[in-house]
Write a new protein. Structure first.
Lengths: 315, 303
């Protein structure tokens, strides 16, 4: 897949301080997460992609276009800022229509799409209320509506769940996943909340002190980690191990006391978990416990924060 | 697609022209402006001098009307019905004052709310530059101020031209140029000042007060300077004075005394040259543009 975002030794200096320090990498997932602690440079990277900050050196490209060509590039982008950003005296639908018109839509289609966007984010009933009367969660959704109304190819979401209560957060995450799964646009989510990124993204760029700490293909990680299964069994013997290996798996059996055995299995992609249960049943082996532990994004993130050397993830 | 169908679809229709896209802003802003009855009332009031002037033009060109009203050349010693540069200039001063009040009313709400509500990143994340933003906001004031200055001014000039004939136009065409050029100068100064103040002062009343303060402080400074140094160069800080100098120059009014002498009855102090007035006004406009460029950024960089 062609990269959505390409960074090549990107350096951004703000207020005399280097905020992004030689970022290099290519991001091509449909949903890309930007992770990092506060001050890592996530928002600065988004602002640089939008052309708000000029790179001191290096380049950043979106869909192959350099970010210096800001106007041409912004046609393709929808942006949901982190902080409150609205025009309080306008009604919701008028605000989104206004923003769509500024993005280049003629008045009629802009109005139509403003209504659609409001229904899409679930604010249909509140679209004639003034934005100043919206709750925080509603304002976040209105910001999302204005970001998608003009039909961008890339959606930049800066801390989209900021300040939301749990139900509102779930609704926002569900919406982002729906947009991702619809396949019409790429999404970049900047967040310091691991769970948000883990639930929505396929690829994650982890930043630390303005540098790339890790670039992780979450989908590949998930697939890779699904292969590890640890079973606690009663009655496992060599014949059971051979049968498991007959499925194409790597298998090791360790005694675990009291007649129990610990069986470690590395599953190839083609083998389903239920195959293990079928083999266990046919060999009269009881599976007492199964530990399906995968490397969570939290583990990856913490490891990246500890690493002082080069970035992980093939950069 | 019906709005109740919750699905996202990309937009594949036509886009508006990029060059004229800034006009979206005045369309929305003017609609809000005209939602205020008070402001609509004030705008209507701004046309009162125009109506008076149109009536004078009509009477001045109609012997029947003059006879009906009993206006004889002896009765018109003030030259009220003599239509020329002085007549249009007087009208222009009145409309200029109204334009200032209108700016003080409208300008503070143009930029400040966007800054307070953090809306600038929303504008600037679109194919919409900072120059487009300023142009769009300035267009709001330009349209409103044009509506009460050069548009009615030229309409009255056209009425007079129609009634008096081509001979009058040949000798007074400069007044039409002066109405247009003078109004554009005044609109440019007011618009840029209004936007710059709105960008730096977040509260509406304070912003309106600041606009008045700039004019009054400039006047005070100029007069203190004149009294202390015995020359008029301090009056370059007096914007209304500078604009009046430019207007008089544009209308080619042959003044028996300098404006300074006329206003202050001070025969020892001469007006600053007109080029200095132009320079002062240009400097104010440049300073306002600089202030706007400093303030209107999608992201503030905290040092």
């Amino acid at each position: 897949m062609a990269p959505v975002i390409e960074l090549d030794r990107l350096v951004v200096r703000l207020g005399g301080r280097v905020v992004l320090d030689g970022l290099t990498g290519a991001l091509s997932g449909r949903a890309i997460g930007l992770l990092g602690p506060n001050g890592a440079g996530k928002s600065t990277l988004l602002n640089t992609l939008l052309g708000f900050h000029a790179p001191e050196s290096g380049t950043a490209r979106i869909f192959g276009q350099a970010v210096g060509e800001a106007k041409a590039l912004r046609r393709l982008i929808g942006y949901m800022p982190e902080n409150d950003a609205f025009i309080s005296h306008l009604t919701g639908v008028r605000f989104v229509r206004y923003m769509a018109e500024l993005a280049g839509l003629p008045p009629e289609p802009a109005l139509e799409r403003a209504h659609e966007a409001f229904f899409y984010v679930g604010l249909g009933e509140a679209r004639y209320r003034k934005l100043g009367t919206y709750s925080l969660g509603m304002k976040q959704l209105a910001k999302l509506a204005q970001a998608i109304a003009h039909g961008p190819k890339l959606l930049l979401l800066d801390e989209p769940t900021n300040g939301l209560d749990p139900p509102a957060r779930l609704r926002m995450i569900r919406l982002i996943r729906e947009i991702r799964d619809a396949g019409q646009m790429h999404i970049v989510i900047s967040s310091h909340l691991l769970r948000d990124v883990e639930e929505c993204c396929e690829e994650v760029l982890i930043l630390k002190d303005g540098r790339v700490a890790a670039l992780v293909d979450l989908e590949a990680e998930r697939r890779a980690n699904r292969k590890f299964v640890e079973l606690e069994t009663l009655g496992a013997d060599d014949a059971f191990a051979s049968a498991i290996e007959g499925l194409g798996c790597e298998c090791a059996v360790y005694p675990n006391g009291a007649g129990l055995s610990r069986v470690k299995v590395v599953l190839p992609e083609a083998v389903e978990m239920r195959e293990l249960f079928r083999v266990a049943a046919s060999h009269d082996v009881q599976v007492r416990r199964m530990n399906y532990r995968r490397d969570s994004l939290e583990d990856i993130f913490l490891a990246a924060m500890k690493e002082e050397g080069g970035p992980r993830g093939g950069l | 697609m019906a709005v109740y169908k919750r699905a996202y679809r990309p937009y594949e229709g036509a886009l508006t022209r990029e060059r004229t896209r800034f006009l979206v802003m005045p369309r929305y802003a003017l609609r809000e402006v005209f939602e205020s009855r008070l402001l609509v009332g004030f705008l209507a009031l701004c046309f009162a001098p125009v109506l008076v002037q149109a009536a004078i033009v009509y009477v001045g060109n109609s012997p029947a009307a003059k006879a009906l009203l009993g206006i004889t050349p002896d009765a018109d010693r003030q030259g009220l019905f003599v239509i020329g540069a002085e007549f249009f200039h007087a009208f222009f001063v009145a409309q200029g004052v109204l334009a200032f009040f209108l700016t003080a009313w409208v300008a503070p709400v143009l930029v400040a709310p966007d800054l307070v509500n953090g809306a600038l990143p929303l504008y600037l994340s679109r194919p919409f530059s900072r120059a487009d933003y300023v142009l769009g906001k300035a267009a709001v004031l330009f349209i409103l101020l044009s509506g009460i200055t050069w548009v009615p001014g030229l309409a009255v000039f056209g009425l007079q031209a129609g009634l008096a004939g081509p001979g009058w136009v040949a000798t007074n065409y400069r007044s039409a140029v002066a109405i247009l050029a003078g109004a554009l100068v005044w609109i440019a100064v007011l618009t840029l000042l209004g936007l710059a103040i709105s960008a730096w002062v977040r509260w509406r009343l304070v912003a309106s007060g600041a606009l008045f303060a700039i004019f009054f402080a400039g006047t005070a400074f100029g007069e203190i300077w004149r009294a202390a140094v015995r020359d008029s160069w301090g009056r370059l800080a007096n914007l209304s004075y500078m604009v009046e100098l430019v207007w008089r120059n544009l209308f080619a009014l042959d003044l028996p005394r300098t404006l300074a002498q006329e206003m202050l009855d001070d025969r020892r102090v001469a007006d600053p040259p007109v080029w200095a007035a132009w320079l002062a006004l240009s400097s104010v406009c440049a300073a306002c543009l600089w202030l706007l460029s400093r303030r209107l950024k999608a992201r503030e960089v905290v040092r």
